[in-house]
Design a protein around this ligand. Structure first.
Ligand SMILES: O=C(O)c1ccccc1NCC(=O)[C@H](O)[C@H](O)COP(=O)(O)O
Length: 273
C-alpha cells in the first residue's frame, strides 16, 4: 500500500516535470552556477555547530510551515519574509522553508522571499528526488537542502550529497531508523537529522530521538526534527545531545515566535549550562 511519503513524492515528481519543461536541466544548472558566483551559500554547518551564538544552547532551525499532511492548515502566513525576520530576531540559527505545494502549501517564491529577508542560512525543505531540485535550490538561494534517506537509494544519496557540496551548500540528511542513520553516515553526511515523525505513518514520538541518538557518530551535527510543542521537548532533545532542533508547528502557531525561540534556547541551557 502506498504510504503518505510515496504519495507526496508522486506530487513532487509531477510538479518537477512541469518546472523542467519551463526551465530545462542545463538552463537550471547555469542558473545555479551564476548563484554560486554571485551569492555563495551561507555556511549552515558552522551556523548549526556553533555559529554566531556565544553559548552552549541548542541551535534552532525555525520552519515556515503553512500546512501539513498530518494537521492540514496550520497558519495563515501572509509574509514568510516577516516571519523569518522574527525568527532571526529571536536567535534562530537557520530558517527552514517548505517549498512543496500540495501538502504543505509552500513554494519557491516563499524561499526567495525568506532568503532575501534574513542573513542566517536558509533550508529548502522539500523532498529532493532529482539532481534538478538541487540546482534549483541553489538558484533560489538555498544554503541547505533536505535529503531524506528513506526516499533515496544509496547511489542517489551519495550523488546528491556530492552535488550539494560541489555547489557550496550543506545537506540535512534525514533518518528515522538506525539503518538509515548508518546509510547517512556511510555517504559522508555532515549534518544528520533524526525525524521523530514517521513519514510513512505520521506518528510522532519525541522519545525516538533518545533511542536513536547514540548511533550518531561524533563529528556530525545532530539535529532533532519535529514534535516540539514547547520548551520541555527542546530541553529533552538538548539533554540527549542534539546540537540543533527543527521546529515548525509550535512556532507558526505561536503569537510571538521570537519569544518562543528565546524560551526554547533558555530551556536547553537549563539542562547543559
Ligand atoms: O508535518 C507533517 O505532517 C509531515 C508529514 C509527512 C512528511 C513530512 C512532514 N513534515 C515535515 C517535517 O518533518 C516537519 O515539518 C518538521 O520536522 C517540523 O515538524 P513540527 O515541528 O512537528 O511541525
Amino acid at each position: 500500500m502506498a504510504t503518505v511519503l510515496d504519495e507526496i513524492i508522486v506530487g513532487v515528481r509531477a510538479d518537477l516535470e512541469e518546472r523542467r519543461r519551463e526551465v530545462p536541466l542545463q538552463a537550471m544548472r547555469e542558473r545555479a552556477a551564476v548563484a554560486v558566483r554571485s551569492s555563495p551559500a551561507r555556511d549552515a554547518h558552522a551556523a548549526l555547530a556553533g555559529g554566531r551564538l556565544d553559548d552552549h544552547g541548542i541551535r534552532i532551525i525555525s520552519e515556515v510551515k503553512r500546512s501539513s499532511p498530518s494537521k492540514g492548515a496550520l497558519a495563515d502566513i501572509a509574509s514568510p519574509a516577516e516571519l523569518a525576520r522574527r525568527y532571526e530576531a529571536g536567535g534562530a540559527s537557520a530558517v527552514s522553508v517548505l517549498t512543496e505545494r500540495h501538502r504543505f502549501g509552500g513554494s519557491l517564491q516563499d524561499l526567495d522571499a525568506v532568503r532575501a529577508a534574513v542573513d542566517i542560512p536558509v533550508l529548502r525543505k522539500d523532498f529532493t528526488v532529482d539532481e534538478y531540485m538541487i540546482h534549483e535550490a541553489r538558484a533560489h538561494g538555498a544554503d541547505l537542502i533536505l535529503l531524506i534517506v528513506a526516499a533515496l537509494d544509496d547511489s542517489q544519496l551519495a550523488e546528491y550529497l556530492a552535488l550539494t557540496h560541489e555547489l557550496g551548500m550543506n545537506a540535512l540528511v534525514e533518518a528515522h531508523t538506525v539503518e538509515e542513520i548508518e546509510r547517512a553516515v556511510a555517504v559522508g553526511s555532515r549534518i544528520v537529522g533524526v525525524n521523530v515523525r514517521n513519514l510513512k505513518t505520521l506518528d510522532v514520538d519525541p522519545r525516538n530521538y533518545a533511542a536513536l541518538a547514540p548511533n550518531l557518530p561524533a563529528g556530525v551535527v545532530r539535529v532533532a526534527e519535529s514534535g516540539v510543542q514547547g520548551p520541555e521537548q527542546v530541553a529533552d532533545y538538548a539533554r540527549d545531545g542534539a546540537d540543533a532542533v527543527l521546529v515548525g508547528e509550535a512556532l507558526v502557531r505561536h503569537g510571538d515566535p521570537s519569544q518562543a525561540i528565546r524560551d526554547f534556547r533558555a530551556a536547553s541551557l537549563t539542562v547543559r549550562g
